[in-house]
Every structure is written in C-alpha cells, then in structure tokens.
Write a protein that binds this ligand. Structure first.
Ligand SMILES: [Zn+2]
Length: 450
C-alpha cells in the first residue's frame, strides 16, 4: 500500500463511526469506572445513545478530571478477548500544573489501531516505499509517544528509520549523541525525511550549514510538539535551502498523547487532517455550553475515542481552540475532520503586572523579528519587590547583537503592554537536548523553582 485510502463520503464515514462507537459504548457502560458513575449521576442509560449525535448528552471531560483519576478512565478488561485486555504499553501526558505525568494505557488492540493511525499519517503526508526517516526525537525519562511512535510508523509502512538519539536521557547511561554526531549520522545515512520538534530540527539545520554539511536528500520535514507559525515555517524552509534541501516540504502535526499520533497536513496549508476518523472523532464546541458549533466557527477542540479498549476518553477537551471542516480536502480529497486554523491554547491569556497578556501575540512578534533564533519568555514572581512583584523575562540566544535588547523591549511592550527584561544568552543555552520540546512561554509564578 502506498496511497491513503480513506472514506469516500461522509455517509460512509458515519456508518463506520456509528459501528465503532456502539461497540465502545457497550463496554463503557459496563466497564468504565469514571463514565459509569458519571452516567449514573446524569441519569443517562445505554438506550439514550442511538446515534453519534447523542454523544452531546455527555458533559465535556476536562484534562483536570482525567489527570485527577486517570486509572478510572481505563476499561475493566477481565473476560475480554486477549488483545483487548493485554496492556501493550503506557505513555504519559505531562501534567500542566502539578507536573505529575498522567498514564495513557494502550492494549494490544489499541496498539494495532495506533499502527493503522501512524500508517495513515505517513500516507497522507505522501511518504513513499523508498523513503528513509531520520528520527530526531530524544529519548525521554517519561515516554509520551513521540520517539517510539516514529519507529512504529516506519514499521507500519515497512520503510527504514534511523534514530539519531540526541541528548542523553539519564546520567546512568551513555545512550545519547551530541549535535555534531547527529549531523555526521545524517550525512552518512542521507535520510529523505527528518522528523522531530521544530526547535531541534532548526538547530540541526543551522549547525549543518555552519559545518558545511549538505543534506540534499531531505524532501520532507515532519514537525510536532511545538506550534509552528507560518513565519517559522518560512524560516525553516530557508534553513533547509541553506543546507542544500531546496524543495523540502515542512509538514506540521497537531499531536497529543491522547491520540498517540497527530492531526497532520497532506500538503502545507491544507489543514490538519484526522488521519483515522473511524477511530477518533474531533468536534468543535462552544467553550461554555459544550454544544457543537457549526463548521467554520471557532471553539474548543474535543476528542472522542470511538475504538479504544485501554484508556477511553469521551468528549475530551484537548485545551485548544480551532476551527473545523468536514468538506473533502481540496488537496488530497480526504473526507475527515480537518482543522483549518492553527490550534491555540484555550486558556491563553495571563495577567502580568495587571495587564492581560496574550502569549501567542508576543511569540508571533518575536518570531517575526528573530527568525529561527531561539527565545524563551517567562513570567516570574520577584519575591523582594512588594506589589508590582511580577516580571516578564525574555531570553534570546544571540550574543553578537548589542542593539537587540532595546529593540525587543519596544517590540514586546507594543505587543502586550508590559515592559520586559530582555537578556541575551549564549547559543544553545535555552535548549537542553534531554528535554523533548522548548517551552516558549512559561508562567513560573506559584512554582517553587525556576
Ligand atoms: Zn488533504
């Protein structure tokens, strides 16, 4: 198989979804501790769910609810078929506030579906049997499904993958490779696809150019884990061209541990496709009422597992706002859920020195000004200064430009109304190889250490 074979029309998709959901709901009513209790409280019976539209009767599940009692979201599997009761693997989604990782359990049945999902992601992105993937994700202490799923994706399509192993996951081992070793590997292996987090890919491309290493075989770059604006995509394409990959495409993914995959672009700008719509349903709902919104209206992104046997989430809020269409994709013809606007955090606004700040707006301004140059924004509490005890701190990896700080202070003040402290730091200082993504904006108030 080397082409994506999705659903031909919405009716066929709906039939597949109804069948999967009916099987899952039978199990959820009987075996899902969290929803069983919720349905009892809400006086919901199995016969209230005759079609997929009835899902709307279920209150939205928040990330906080899932994190608070994640084990109660796993089906009780005694007596089910072996592939439905055997735990294949457990990945973790990092807690947003507590920092405690939340387990996401997949049975063998779920894992086989993950292979289908990953295969569809590759096919939608135009991967060919002749491709060779370079896995640029680091090994992490807490597995979340980026590093390992690249191996599984390659297996699902029987294509080769080479894992670069950047960074070192633990002081007890010497498994990791330095940036220059990673580049030497790319030079030796000539991969056609680079797959990683945007900040690390950008760093690899910059260093390759510095070293005079050419990567002309690269034809696609898959990025996930951090948002990539159109400006940042242009910078990455320019960096690819500098490294000799003149026609490489940058393909964005909106990934989540709760999917063990991501919604991806078939073509840059074509929207983020749900790659396996018979397995997941994606809805957009009103942030307060939880009611479905018409296609084209912005609202909260909900994920429903139609076909899982380990951790099962129904109408689960991923925490982002976007816009949905189910029109056939004008580029590839796929009939599926497609997000047509870059998802942004639903809880984006933060208060700093009494001003409401939209971090996305500040990030966008800095990206426009700094290009691919790494930066980090933090909000910190300054304990010694009474009343106006918060500060907005911008750190930029650029040591060579003395006029930069003044420019950035004006730029950030203009974007959000708050005057920042700008610091220039050494190249590489903001990025630790062992961490899998760079947090561009972090609110450190209320945390014990920075
Ligand atoms: Zn498409």
């Amino acid at each position: 198989m080397s082409r994506y074979e999705g659903h031909t029309d919405l009716t066929a998709l709906r039939v597949a979804r109804e069948a999967a959901l009916a099987r899952t709901l039978d199990l959820v009513f009987e075996r899902h501790p969290y929803y069983r209790d919720l349905f009892q409280r809400e006086r919901l019976r199995r016969d209230h769910f005759q079609s997929i539209d009835d899902l709307e009767r279920i209150p939205v599940t928040t990330k906080a609810q899932y994190m608070a009692e994640s084990q109660r979201f796993v089906l009780e599997s005694d007596g089910l078929e072996p592939e439905m009761r055997t735990v294949w693997d457990v990945m973790y989604t990092t807690g947003s506030t507590s920092g405690v990782p939340t387990p996401f359990v997949s049975t063998s049945y779920d894992f086989f579906n993950i292979l289908k999902l990953q295969r569809n992601m590759l096919l939608l992105r135009g991967v060919q049997p002749t491709d060779l993937i370079a896995n640029l994700f680091p090994l992490t202490t807490v597995p979340h499904g980026a590093w390992i799923r690249v191996l599984h994706a390659a297996a699902s399509l029987q294509i080769p993958v080479v894992s670069a192993m950047p960074g070192n996951p633990s002081p007890h081992f010497d498994l990791g490779r330095s940036l220059d070793e990673v580049i030497a590997l790319l030079r030796a292996q000539s991969p056609t696809i680079l797959w990683g987090v945007p900040s690390y890919v950008q760093r690899v491309l910059a260093r390759a150019t510095e070293l005079g290493t050419r990567l002309p075989s690269v034809r696609k770059v898959f990025v996930t884990g951090e948002a990539l604006s159109e400006t940042a995509r242009e910078h990455m394409m320019a960096a690819l061209a500098s490294a000799g990959a003149h026609h490489a495409q940058v393909s964005i993914s909106y990934g989540a541990t709760e999917m063990q995959g991501g919604m991806i672009e078939c073509h840059p700008g074509a929207g983020l496709h749900n790659p396996l719509p018979a397995q997941f349903q994606v809805d957009i709902v009103h942030p307060e009422t939880g009611r479905a919104l018409a296609e084209g209206e912005p609202g909260n992104v909900l994920l429903t597992h139609l076909e899982r046997r380990g951790t099962v989430l129904l109408r689960y809020a991923l925490g982002d706002i976007s816009v949905l269409t189910r029109e056939p994709c004008p580029c590839c013809g796929a009939v599926t859920d497609r997000l047509t606007r870059t998802p942004r955090r639903a809880d984006a606004l933060v208060k700093v020195k009494g001003m409401l700040v939209n971090p996305d707006a500040v990030i966008a301004e800095l990206e426009r000004h700094l290009g691919g140059c790494p930066f980090q924004i933090t909000v910190e509490h300054v304990a010694d200064v009474p009343l106006s005890g918060d500060r907005l701190r911008v750190r930029v990896e650029r040591a060579d430009d003395a006029t930069l700080s003044g420019d950035l202070v004006r730029l950030v003040k203009h974007a959000c109304g708050v005057t920042p402290d700008v610091e220039r730091v050494a190249v590489g200082a903001l990025q630790s190889d062992a961490r899998w993504k760079t947090q561009r904006f972090t609110d450190l108030r209320g945390k014990t250490s920075a």
